[in-house]
Design a protein around this ligand. Structure first.
Ligand code: RAM
Length: 539
């Protein structure tokens, strides 16, 4: 399912006051110097077999044509690379021609990226071909990379000399104050957690917070490898996790002003905002993402009580709800989102997913936050209006999507986990019905329940799995939520994750929504929320 939107002559609606505010809120970046902790060579250029190299011998290792050296920086980093290069042998009589490959996951080192043929641009692949004319040389790469491993391949030299890598370092960058964080420890009181589970949660929390910190840059980026920019759906989850960890409130605030400051010409919040060379809303609109603006603003305010932001961004937030309500049609029972509008929702990367029920549910969910915002603002007529719309949407949803006999939500004939999860989050069922439904979803994911099509409409991303956990918690399935975090995010840790991945199916580690895992991001913000569940005490 390619997501490519191109609008000819797209002129975003920019609000100078809001953008000035966003500019005032630019956050300082913290830097640290990191050096490799290990090294190895791949036996063949793309083979997974490796030969360990003793680290202190690296500065003496001479690399001839076709040879490679891989440096392991010990964990996932985001920053700038410097290499000190020299040579052995006779005077270099030809340039050193190098290929540098930066890898977040070790498996990326053995991928030949020429094989990638997906729909997301291959220019995101972190590899460079470089000529070094004069040796010795200090090579400082201007681009920021996200990586743990660096593979240096000597593409060509001359018979007269060999290359030597004397030193390598990375100057890391993040706007998260990592020193603020204490490791999560379990106090042992009143919980069913075993010591092993507590350890595993500790490890998951650590990986989750590294994921978040490495995505916290000038804005909350979705992933520091790709797309390196601010997406609304990702922002909401990052902000939640940030509130229980780094608490960089001004970074959240800056991002809310950026989304508010550059929008679609009709006022809709864009799915994503570019910040370079100047701030500009992307010409991509996602129905659910624009509604998360309202949700994220309310959540920010409940953390900060920041009146000024409420006053400045309230109208933008309300506009998202009003414009989404206009995409609904009246049925005899209530209000229902149109088929066309639902197609604009993201929900998950699942191929063939019917999004109508989930999109309606996101709208109901967002209205709940909209009402809270209206009450905060003492805008009682708006609060009452939203209350009425909420009731109509709930009635419309039950009439259109709820199959009372089967006790399932059916979205234009399809019974997906996503529809059930979002409808539970929309709170339209009685508590015991929601509880039964989420048990069915859990059983369907485990293969013991066929009424929900978990294999035909699988959840593909930790983003959707976040909402699955949230729905379990909302329907009283705390033990199940806890088990799912341990099993799902835990399986990434077992696979060797230093940061959590953008897409993950434990049964198919190579799965990619983009047509090739080479383009996947292995440090993706929307996957950081176990730290939110853990530190908020929800599990
Ligand atoms: C991906 C981004 C981002 C997500 C959008 C919908 O390309 O990486 O995480 O929000 O798609």
């Amino acid at each position: 399912m390619a997501l490519i939107s191109i609008i000819e002559d797209f002129h975003p609606l920019n609000n100078a006051r809001l953008l000035d505010r966003a500019a005032e809120l630019v956050q300082p970046l913290h830097h640290h110097v990191k050096e490799p902790v290990g090294g190895f060579k791949l036996k063949e250029r793309y083979s997974p077999e490796k030969e360990e190299v003793v680290l202190h011998k690296v500065p003496h290792l001479a690399m001839g044509k076709g040879e490679n050296l891989c440096l392991d920086f010990g964990t996932h980093l985001v920053g700038y690379l410097t290499l000190d290069l020299s040579y052995t042998g006779s005077h270099p009589d030809a340039p050193a021609f190098l290929k540098l490959k930066f890898a977040e996951q070790i498996s990326e080192l053995s991928e030949n990226t020429e094989d990638y043929d997906g729909w997301v641009s291959r220019s995101w692949m972190q590899e460079e071909y470089i000529h070094v004319d004069v040796l010795p040389a200090q090579l400082k790469l201007p681009r920021r990379y996200a990586f743990r491993y660096l593979k240096i391949t000597m593409m060509d030299t001359s018979p007269k000399y060999k290359l030597v890598v004397k030193h390598a370092e990375c100057l890391t960058e993040t706007s998260a104050d990592v020193g603020k964080i204490k490791p999560w420890t379990f106090d042992g009181s009143g919980s069913a957690l075993s010591a092993d589970e507590a350890d595993r949660f500790g490890r998951i929390d650590e990986v989750a917070l590294r994921t978040l910190a490495n995505c916290m840059q000038d804005v909350f980026e979705d992933g520091p490898k790709r797309d390196r920019r601010l997406w609304m759906g990702d922002l909401r989850l990052q902000a939640l996790t940030n509130y229980v960890s780094f608490r960089n409130m001004d970074l959240v605030r800056r991002c809310l002003y950026l989304f508010g400051g550059s929008r679609f010409p009709d006022g809709r919040v864009s799915a994503c905002v570019f910040t370079e060379p100047t701030v500009q809303a992307d010409d991509t609109y996602l129905f659910d993402y624009s509604l998360f603006y309202t949700v994220a603003l309310e959540e920010y305010l409940s953390e900060t009580d920041d009146e000024e932001t409420l006053n400045e961004l309230y109208d933008v937030a309300m506009q998202q709800i009003e414009m989404s309500l206009r995409k609904c049609e009246r049925t005899p029972e209530g209000l229902v989102i149109t088929e066309d509008a639902a197609k604009d929702a993201f929900i998950d990367w699942t191929e063939g997913l019917n999004k109508r029920a989930a999109a309606q549910a996101v709208l109901i969910f967002a209205l709940r936050y909209g009402r809270r915002l209206a009450r905060r603002k003492n805008d009682w007529s708006q609060a009452n209006y939203l209350m009425e719309q909420l009731e109509l949407l709930k009635k419309g949803a039950l009439a259109m999507f709820w199959d009372a006999e089967r006790e399932l939500f059916v979205s234009d004939g399809q019974v997906s986990p996503a529809s059930q999860i979002w409808m539970v989050l929309a709170d339209i069922l009685k508590p015991e019905e929601a509880n039964r439904l989420m048990k069915k979803v859990r059983d369907a994911l485990g293969g013991q329940e066929q009424s929900i099509d978990a294999s035909g409409c699988p959840m593909l991303t930790p983003y959707m799995h976040h909402y699955y956990v949230a729905a379990m918690l909302r329907s009283g399935l705390k033990d199940e939520a806890r088990e799912h975090i341990l099993a799902y995010w835990g399986s990434m840790v077992d696979y060797g994750a230093d940061t959590f991945f953008e897409a993950w199916d434990p049964a198919h580690p190579e799965a990619s929504p983009y047509g090739g895992a080479a383009i996947n991001s292995y440090c993706h913000a929307w996957s950081c929320t176990p730290a939110y569940f853990i530190r908020k005490g929800l599990i």
